[in-house]
Write a protein that binds this ligand. Structure first.
Ligand code: NAD
Length: 439
């Protein structure tokens, strides 16, 4: 039988853990423990549709590893959700939290559902049903879910509300009489919440901001290497959603030249590769609906001559740094030889296939692995949880400073190991993470 995408993802994650375990001389039993989720919870969520009929939806919560702290990971609503996929994502969350140096373990959840086929009221009932089904297994000290594909702050606020309703019943206290400290703690069971119910400032930009922090940390280490010396490195970003946009905007504020950006319909670049004005480009995307219509609109094109660029071509441009921030497996056997960038920042999850990764590393390309590059999001989720547990509300500036501090500290041991072993930053990150999870 053909392997599904979820099974493939799980195999890849497990292979990496096995390989790393062997490098670290772990016993078979220790490796097996890292491959096996601690708990797998499954439920059929029964709910009433708007037309009065009843329907059931398969839901999961996988709790992979809690060595470093409570489980942490998003809840995905998607028709292709499967148990192997949720296991793979939970496993990678354990690695990511460990790489990030935050006191959290790995978990993930999902519901097999096409959310686009549901009304807002149906989505609310489904979100609440998920919380009731897994109520005993989640909690601010047990397992802390967050948004993922097709889930957002609105869904978190329904989930928080349902959780607090159930908690108040268990504790026999009226919802309106819960004291502020207790309420803040219970709200800490979910992150990615709207600000007014305990969400953190800076969370929206955190993944992109973290990517820029990761890139700057790398460049400061590569400083003496002439191959990477360039006063104003040029960057191409694939994907102009939450991650790609904030990466591009913050990187340009930090003095990098973003010379090409794209979304699902294609991208834009100036003929002579001059830097783009990112807020202007975003303004145009909002107006036109996609970047492809923006290559010659208003100030974006002007006298410098903007032109459209396909997503394939964008990856192969003669730039210093490539930032895939959209989909998985976009750099693969078919295009790896054409990549000209010297550094790749994996902002999407798994944008470079294993084969392309090994080929490019062998060629001297430095790849910042996804488990570190895009860990800014989970790091600020940790800060949101921390604020909730201590009933605090931090300024955006404080959150950003803490993110910088945590990610800089997280990079140091990865670089130190990479410098010593001369394999890849991905191997180094996995080794650092797994060592922390086993010692
Ligand atoms: P998003 O939905 O906000 O944006 C995705 C972007 O990718 C959009 O601009 C879309 O047009 C573009 N896109 C879609 N198909 C494309 C294609 N074929 N070629 C080029 N662009 C294409 O999603 P996001 O939150 O920005 O997430 C992007 C990636 O980052 C995903 O892999 C996600 O798993 C990963 N990630 C996100 C976060 C986070 O905090 N949002 C954290 C860690 C990892």
């Amino acid at each position: 039988m053909a392997t599904t995408a979820g099974e493939q993802m799980l195999q890849t994650a497990q292979n990496l853990i096995r390989q790393t375990g062997k490098t670290l001389n772990l016993s078979e039993a220790e490796i097996e423990k890292l491959l096996t989720p601690e708990h797998i919870h499954e439920a059929m969520l029964e709910m009433e549709l708007d037309n009065g009929t009843k329907k059931s939806f398969q839901a999961y919560r996988v709790q992979h590893n809690s060595k470093l702290g409570p489980y942490k990971g998003g809840i995905r609503f998607h028709p292709q959700v499967s148990l192997p996929e949720v296991k793979a994502l939970a496993t990678l969350m354990s690695i990511k939290c460990s790489v990030a140096g935050i006191p959290l373990g790995g978990g993930k959840g999902g519901i097999i559902i096409d959310p686009k086929s549901m009304s807002k009221t149906e989505l609310e009932r489904l979100s609440r049903a998920y919380v009731r089904a897994f109520f005993d297994f989640i909690g601010e000290e047990k397992d802390i879910p967050a948004p993922d594909v097709n889930t957002n702050g609105q869904i978190m606020s329904w989930m928080v509300d349902e959780y607090i309703t159930s908690k108040s019943k268990v504790h026999k206290v009226e919802k309106s009489k819960i004291d502020a400290e207790q309420l803040s703690k219970w709200r800490g069971t979910f992150t990615g919440k709207p600000i007014d119910i305990g969400g953190s400032l800076g969370r929206t930009e955190a993944t992109g901001r973290g990517g820029v922090i990761a890139l700057k940390a790398l460049l400061s280490k590569l400083g003496s290497n002439t191959k990477f010396q360039n006063a104003k490195p040029t960057i191409a970003v694939q994907g102009f959603g939450n991650v790609g946009y904030y990466f591009a905007e913050i990187a340009s504020q930090e003095g990098f030249d973003i010379v090409a950006v794209s979304d699902s319909k294609g991208g834009i670049v100036y003929k002579n590769m001059e830097p783009l004005d990112i807020p202007l480009v975003m303004g145009c995307k909002k107006e036109k609906g996609s970047l492809s219509g923006c290559y010659c609109v208003g100030g974006v094109c002007d006298l410098r001559g903007g032109r459209p660029v396909s997503n394939e071509e964008l990856l192969e441009l003669p730039i210093d740094i490539l930032v895939p921030a959209a989909l998985e497996n976009v750099i693969h056997k078919g295009n790896m030889a054409k990549i000209q960038a010297k550094i790749i920042v994996e902002m999407a999850n798994g944008p470079v296939t294993e084969e392309a990764h090994d080929y490019l590393v062998e060629k001297g390309v430095v790849i910042i692995p996804d488990v570190f590059a895009n860990s800014g999001g989970v790091t600020v989720s940790y800060l949101e949880w921390f604020q909730n547990l201590h009933n605090e509300v931090w300024t955006e500036d404080k959150v950003n400073k803490k993110l910088l501090e945590l990610m800089t500290a997280a990079f140091a041991p990865i670089w130190e190991r990479y410098d010593r072993t001369k394999t890849s930053l991905k191997n180094a990150a996995f080794e650092v993470a797994i060592e922390r999870m086993t010692t």
